[in-house]
Design a protein around this ligand. Structure first.
Ligand SMILES: Nc1ncnc2c1ncn2[C@@H]1O[C@H](COP(=O)(O)OP(=O)(O)OP(=O)(O)O)[C@@H](O)[C@H]1O
Ligand SMILES: [Mg+2]
Length: 266
């Protein structure tokens, strides 16, 4: 079934209102991500650049948070620091109630492998593996038997409209198809935190909508959270919260759905 964007807010506001009730009943639970005065510097000497300039950023469980802002303002850097792929220069980061500073190298890798799913701007698919095998990688890494892992990955790829491309190699796929394989790989092990950098950039309207719906369905639950970096205003209706970033800082956060919900009750 296809939808238009215009149909969406009404449909989804019901789901979100129901989720919010669950979220409010756990008011004492800590957030999914908390960043306090996070700084990230690249380079040294004359090439030194302070790219994150004291980021305060919170992501709540049960929500989809969009991170938006101009090119070069530090969105990918912030996602990478939250995901533990880059070390922050200063500040505190807690992910799923785990202080990332206190995890040693191996523990940090195991923690990320189990709990996080990523879709980055470069898809980083393994060229010698088929679409289904690529999407199955997190399960294979966790020791799930090969057939079960590939079957699960194939089911997700089918939900993303790729049922005819399961056995194709990345080089045989379009950019949008590769993006969906990367998304399936991020979701396949049901991680509690999913971070996506521009997950709909290479997709047409309908496929982009299907991707956001799947992200919402799979990932936005009481004990999970999603962060999506996007320039795509078509996906704003999916947001529980929109954090605006500029020049290395979060400058404003809005909760459009709560605001619409409150307005509709007045
Ligand atoms: N490894 C690096 N070394 C030096 N500078 C870097 C590095 N990675 C990013 N930068 C710089 O940090 C700034 C922020 O980059 P980042 O990729 O986080 O921006 P962005 O907001 O994701 O932009 P876009 O919307 O174009 O993807 C840019 O000026 C970039 O050139
Ligand atoms: Mg980026």
């Amino acid at each position: 079934m296809t939808h238009t964007i215009a149909e969406m807010p009404q449909d989804r506001s019901l789901t979100v209102a129901a989720r919010k009730e669950g979220a409010e009943s756990r008011a004492s639970a800590s957030g999914a991500v908390s960043c306090r005065q996070v700084k990230k510097e690249f380079g040294a000497g004359d090439n030194r650049a302070l790219v994150l300039r004291g980021v305060d950023f919170d992501v709540q469980f049960g929500e989809m948070t969009l991170l938006v802002g101009p090119s070069g303002c530090g969105k990918t850097t912030l996602l990478s620091v939250i995901a533990g792929l880059l070390d922050a220069t200063a500040g505190e980061i807690s992910v799923l109630s785990q202080n990332m500073d206190t995890l040693s190298g191996t523990d940090s890798v195991l923690f990320r492998r189990k709990n996080l799913g990523f879709v980055f701007q470069q898809y980083n698919l393994l060229p010698a593996l088929t679409a289904a095998e690529n999407a199955a990688v997190p399960l294979l890494a966790a020791g799930v038997p090969r057939k079960r892992a590939v079957d699960r990955a194939s089911a997700l790829l089918t939900e993303l409209g790729l049922e005819k491309r399961l056995h194709a190699l990345p080089a045989q796929l379009s950019g949008g198809q590769q993006q969906r394989v990367a998304l399936a790989r991020a979701l396949v092990h049901e991680p509690r935190l999913i971070v996506c950098d521009e997950p709909t950039s290479a997709l047409d309207h309908e496929t982009g909508y299907a991707v956001m719906e799947l992200l919402t369905k799979v990932a936005v639950r009481d004990d999970r959270a999603v962060i999506v970096v996007t320039h795509d205003s078509r996906v704003f209706d999916f947001a529980d919260r929109i954090a605006h970033m500029d020049d290395g800082r979060i400058v404003r956060t809005e909760a459009p759905r709560q605001e619409r919900f409150a307005a509709s009750r007045n």
